[in-house]
Design a binder for this molecule. Structure first.
Ligand SMILES: Cc1cc2nc3c(=O)[nH]c(=O)nc-3n(C[C@H](O)[C@H](O)[C@H](O)COP(=O)(O)OP(=O)(O)OC[C@H]3O[C@@H](n4cnc5c(N)ncnc54)[C@H](O)[C@@H]3O)c2cc1C
Length: 379
């Protein structure tokens, strides 16, 4: 933690203190929203830290958001997920790219912990292949009109709107679409392994006011991709938090459970498992914060090479560490209702969401081929 400033450490300590309050109800949320926790974070001036102050955020750095996500995610995995989604994903795009009107309409309720804004990118025929998306915004008599279909979108049942990636005549861009528009039709609601809804909805002749356009034009897609770099670090902080909490549980259990007349943590085989779990958590955290430390908001974002490496590594070690924690605890951890059983299901999602492992590998390979290895002076 010495790499952080005093202010950042103080912020992380405040986040940990408030997150501690969430532990009693942790692992009870499966599929629902811990609104009271989000509101408690907002009351304590912790929630959505990198969103502008005038819309209820704190105007802090994106690094603060990573610290918050990790602190909250360790105490309560679900509150951590909502903290990540609202600090680093949809609302952040509105704050970065939106008009005053759209920011005023959506951000104050989000930053108060009273509303949710989704991100809608995936389509039935365009998952990893985002460029293949067919949701369009066309101009008809000077009016922008959106048509298409989005799928796997999180937060629709309790959200107000989606930051929606679309195709304009000149290329990809993004707009904000409210769910209460008559042209938005819910087609299918799936329930994922962690119990949350993921929704497929169609967009039928939805009129997009000019001030609901977030990005459009020559550099629109590039700007969106840059903001994804921070989102990927947010996902990484969340998965490291889950891995850390799994390790914590394994440590506690192994220090109490006895077999063959000794504590589990006295067997060298278990000690080595725990040491390996820690090695994974620590290397993953170093990747995230090392990557974030050199970046400055949207102007100097973290590099695609390092963010993809962090996202890939953190998603994979989370699955591995949680699985090893299940192994240390044994049959108890495999039962429905056990925190590790839930974490195991929840953690699996991050190797697919926000860009699959394979897409991160593609990005890493492309960045290395294009730019070579970063120099020592770029570390
Ligand atoms: C929990 C969860 C939450 C999500 N939330 C949202 C959300 O809120 N909003 C949203 O828009 N989407 C969301 N998604 C969707 C997610 O973004 C997509 O699932 C993801 O982009 C992959 O698309 P796909 O599932 O269609 O898989 P596909 O793209 O069909 O890929 C299937 C498999 O093939 C691999 N593959 C594909 N192309 C290549 C290639 N070129 N080289 C090597 N391997 C390849 C993939 O990596 C994957 O393993 C969520 C997904 C999950 C699991």
């Amino acid at each position: 933690m010495t790499v952080f400033t005093v202010d950042q450490r103080d912020y992380a300590a405040r986040a940990e203190a408030v997150a501690e309050e969430f532990t009693d109800d942790a692992y009870t949320w499966e599929g629902s929203v811990p609104w009271e926790n989000l509101q408690r974070l907002a009351e304590k001036d912790l929630y959505c830290p990198s969103i502008s102050e005038e819309y209820g955020g704190q105007g802090r750095s994106d690094l603060a958001a990573l610290l918050l996500i990790e602190a909250v995610g360790r105490a309560c995995p679900d509150t951590g997920w909502f903290t990540y989604m609202q600090s680093m994903v949809g609302p952040r795009a509105i704050d970065l790219f939106g008009s005053e009107a759209v920011k005023s309409e959506y951000l104050p309720a989000v930053t108060a912990g009273e509303s949710f804004v989704s991100i809608a990118i995936s389509e039935p025929q365009a998952g990893s292949d985002v460029n293949n998306m067919s949701t369009t915004v066309t101009e008809e008599d000077g009016t922008l009109v959106c048509n298409g279909e989005k799928t796997w979108v999180g937060g629709v049942p309790f959200g107000d709107a989606a930051v929606t990636w679309v195709r304009f005549p000149e290329g990809l861009g993004s707009v904000v679409i409210p769910y209460d528009d008559d042209g938005v039709e819910i087609e299918e609601v799936y329930t994922n392994m962690a119990g949350y809804a993921q929704t497929r909805f169609s967009i039928n002749d939805v009129v997009i006011p000019d001030d609901h356009v977030l990005t459009r034009g020559k550099d629109a897609f590039k700007r969106q991709l840059i903001s994804l770099n921070w989102e990927r670090l947010g996902s990484s902080a969340l998965t490291v938090a889950w891995a850390a909490t799994a390790l914590d549980r394994a440590l506690a259990y192994a220090s109490e459970r006895e077999q063959f007349e000794q504590k589990l943590d006295e067997f060298q085989g278990i000690e080595w498992k725990i040491a390996e779990m820690y090695r994974n958590v620590e290397t993953a955290a170093s990747l995230i914060y090392g990557c974030a430390a050199g970046a400055q908001g949207h102007e100097e974002p973290p590099s695609r090479l390092r963010t993809s490496t962090a996202k890939l590594h953190c998603s994979q070690i989370a699955e591995e560490v949680v699985s090893e924690a299940v192994q240390v605890v044994g049959a108890r951890a495999y039962q429905q209702g056990h925190p590790l059983e839930y974490l195991y299901r929840f953690a699996r999602s991050r190797r697919i969401a926000a860009g699959t492992d394979e897409m991160q590998l593609n990005t890493i390979a492309r960045a290395l081929k294009a730019d070579g290895l970063p120099a020592v002076s770029e570390r």
